[in-house]
Design a protein around this ligand. Structure first.
Ligand SMILES: C[S@@+](CC[C@H](N)C(=O)[O-])C[C@H]1O[C@@H](n2cnc3c(N)ncnc32)[C@H](O)[C@@H]1O
Length: 219
């Protein structure tokens, strides 16, 4: 299967592969991208602008331990590490992790293949900064609650969580990928020991009728 439309290719893969769980199609997509059969639709070759703007605005800097969830091509994790954080980044796709390591050969980021829904115990409560950009929304809605709780469980006492996600009204159908987050889902990050510090909706520059969440939580 090849495609000149990376979004359509990703949607087809996701629709065809439910047997191996909500994340199995990502590995196939990254393998296809490595083979030159598609492009990774979310590979901007640069950190997410909402992450860099938030970091600038808050003069974000280490030291501290940071975790980047669903790190994909690694642009966000490299940016976080450049701020002085001792950074770990993980993705469910081993091929994505290998590609990120190859793309950033001098990286100080500790890249690991791992599943958000089955996290290594030593990571729990372990990070002063956790960045979650568009991983929860990459799973069907039935998995959101478990994924949100798992992300929140990475934050250390006193630490912060930054969430970037596409937004969806409760009344809108979720026929992903992606499966954007409702306000109630964003609020769920604060159901446990985290408190919400900032919850904002930003218009998507290429499509002003669509919005993205930028939400910050503190433990
Ligand atoms: C839409 S992409 C976003 C990538 C990156 N965070 C960004 O903002 O560019 C979602 C990423 O989450 C990863 N992912 C999906 N389900 C996951 C899971 N259960 N555990 C870890 N990573 C997962 C995918 O492999 C993919 O790289």
């Amino acid at each position: 299967m090849t495609s000149s439309d990376p979004d359509a290719f990703a949607r087809r893969l996701a629709a065809e592969s439910t047997a191996d769980g909500p994340a199995g199609w990502f590995e196939r997509l990254y393998v296809a991208a490595e083979d030159g059969r598609t492009q990774v639709p979310w590979d901007r070759g640069a950190p997410h602008p909402l992450l860099t703007e938030w970091a600038d605005h808050n003069a974000l800097a280490g030291p501290g331990r940071a975790m980047v969830v669903g790190s994909g091509p690694g642009s966000d994790s490299e940016f976080v590490a450049s701020l002085g954080f001792d950074t770990v980044a993980f993705d469910v796709s081993p091929t994505a992790i290998d590609a990120a390591r190859r793309r950033h050969p001098d990286s100080e980021v500790d890249y690991a293949a791992a599943d958000l829904l089955d996290l290594p115990t030593p990571w729990l409560d372990g990070f002063d900064l956790v960045v979650e950009s568009m991983t929860v929304q990459s799973m069907p809605v039935d998995f959101h609650a478990a994924a949100i709780d798992a992300v929140a469980g990475l934050v250390a006492l006193g630490g912060r969580l930054l969430v970037i996600a596409s937004a969806r009204e409760e009344s809108e159908p979720a026929d992903g990928p992606p499966w954007p987050l409702t306000r109630a889902e964003v609020e769920r990050f604060a159901d446990g020991p985290l408190s919400a510090e900032q919850t904002e909706l930003h218009p998507v520059p290429q499509n002003p009728s669509a919005h993205r969440w930028l939400a910050v939580f503190r433990r």
